[in-house]
Ligand binder design. Structure first.
Ligand SMILES: [Zn+2]
Ligand SMILES: [Zn+2]
Length: 415
């Protein structure tokens, strides 16, 4: 008898916590109904459509194909606290394993104009806002706000809020940017407020907005909440930063509703954790694969004449094979590997196209010019040669005539 083995390949698993329903109504039908409802809602949420941006301006976010990201955090009124930036870089390199991330966070005082604007948007609270957070050592961190900066991030996602608009207008100066279309540079503004001042009606770590179309992420928070949170420093600030950056790379919350009838996911887009879940990784990789695949077919069809005439056919055939393999990886849910290979193929095709362009330039411009130059120089050489030969011939004819004359003279003398 041969040894048999079961090949088990890890797929994606969704867990639904039904304990609450069972405790409240331990009836079989209610539990089954809830399970079915959760499952149906869950599928739509977890397996989001490819390139399914609801705001058309976010299609560019879906389609991004950057391989090196630079996150520039500008910490306005920042104290000298250190953020664990490396942990955030790692989370994104885990989410997009074909990319590299660099994050910096210099601090500087707020400029007067922004300071005045924030002052004009600050109001005394009739009832103080309190926030408390349990720390790992068992103690509790408590913070109170007597003032609040009006920051309307909930209305139209904050698009028309004066503070946001001011920052949208200043993003170029603040971050010394020339090209706002290059979204591989992610500018982040941290607004650190005074210890007694909340922002957006939220005490402690305030709200955050990720505005891909305006090229800016903004996070506001009450001053002292930053250096006392959690065992690893600014626990919520780094989590929030990771979350907003997650939106930048087109990840969304799994559900716009956070009620109990939706699955709870352990992911930076939903909870306090350092990592993105498999569903986020899958969704991002699928978008990236499709983006590269489209770029390849576009590049290929736009340069088909050029490639037919001047492309290295052997390399092109190899590429088609590689592309099929990469597509197979995609179908097999080997998403990270499929993106890695499709990105490589895209760069190879770029090289082949550039090579073909170079060759076409050589054949259609340089070589004809070279032939013309050679022809011109040949003709001129021939002409010069001919002129010289004629001159020589003339001279030698003259010499012959002269010597004949001389000979005749000599003859005469002899006679
Ligand atoms: Zn969010
Ligand atoms: Zn996730």
């Amino acid at each position: 008898m041969g040894v048999s083995s079961i090949l088990w390949r890890p797929r994606r698993v969704l867990y639904f916590d039904l304990s609450d329903v069972m405790e409240r109504t331990p009836m079989k039908t209610v539990v089954a109904d809830t399970a079915i409802r959760l499952f149906n809602n869950g599928l739509v949420n977890m397996f989001v459509n490819l390139l399914g941006a609801s705001d058309s301006r976010m299609i560019a976010a879906d389609m991004q194909r950057y391989e090196n990201y630079v996150v520039k955090i500008l910490w306005l009124n920042g104290t000298d606290d250190q953020l664990d930036l490396e942990r955030i870089e790692k989370a994104f390199e885990d989410l997009l394993p074909w990319t590299n991330w660099t994050i910096t966070a210099p601090a500087r005082p707020m400029d007067d104009e922004l300071n005045n604007l924030i002052g004009s948007r600050t109001v005394e609270l009739s009832k103080p806002l309190n926030y408390s957070f349990s720390l790992a050592n068992g103690s509790r961190f408590v913070i109170q706000a007597n003032k609040n900066v009006m920051w309307e991030v909930w209305k139209d996602s904050g698009e028309y809020d004066p503070i946001n608009q001011y920052l949208f207008e200043h993003v170029k100066d603040y971050f010394n940017l020339t090209d706002l279309e290059d979204k591989s540079v992610i500018p982040v503004v941290f607004l650190q407020l005074r210890n007694d001042t909340a922002i957006g009606g939220v005490a402690g770590i305030g709200p955050g907005v990720s505005w891909f179309p305006y090229n800016l992420i903004i996070i506001g928070y009450q001053g002292s909440s930053v250096n006392a949170m959690g065992e690893s420093g600014q626990i919520l600030l780094t989590h929030q930063l990771r979350h907003e950056m997650g939106h930048w790379v087109s990840l969304s919350h799994y559900s716009t509703r956070i009620e109990s009838e939706y699955p709870k996911v352990i992911c930076s887009m939903r909870t306090l954790t350092n990592q993105f879940c498999t569903f986020c990784k899958d969704a991002r990789a699928r978008m990236s694969f499709i983006s590269y695949y489209q770029a390849i077919t576009e590049l290929h069809s736009n340069s088909s004449d050029l490639l037919d005439r001047y492309g290295n056919q052997e390399s092109l055939n190899l590429i088609i094979n590689e592309l099929n393999n990469s597509l197979q990886l995609f179908y097999d849910w080997e998403y990270a590997e499929s993106v890695r290979t499709v990105a490589e193929i895209y760069h190879e095709l770029e090289d082949i196209t550039n090579e073909a362009r170079h060759r076409s330039f050589m054949y259609t411009r340089v070589i004809p010019i070279a032939i013309t130059l050679v022809a011109v120089s040949l003709v001129s050489t021939v002409i010069v040669f001919e002129i010289r030969t004629r001159r020589k011939m003339k001279r030698s004819m003259r010499n012959t005539q002269y010597s004949t004359k001389n000979a005749n003279l000599k003859l005469c003398q002899l006679i």
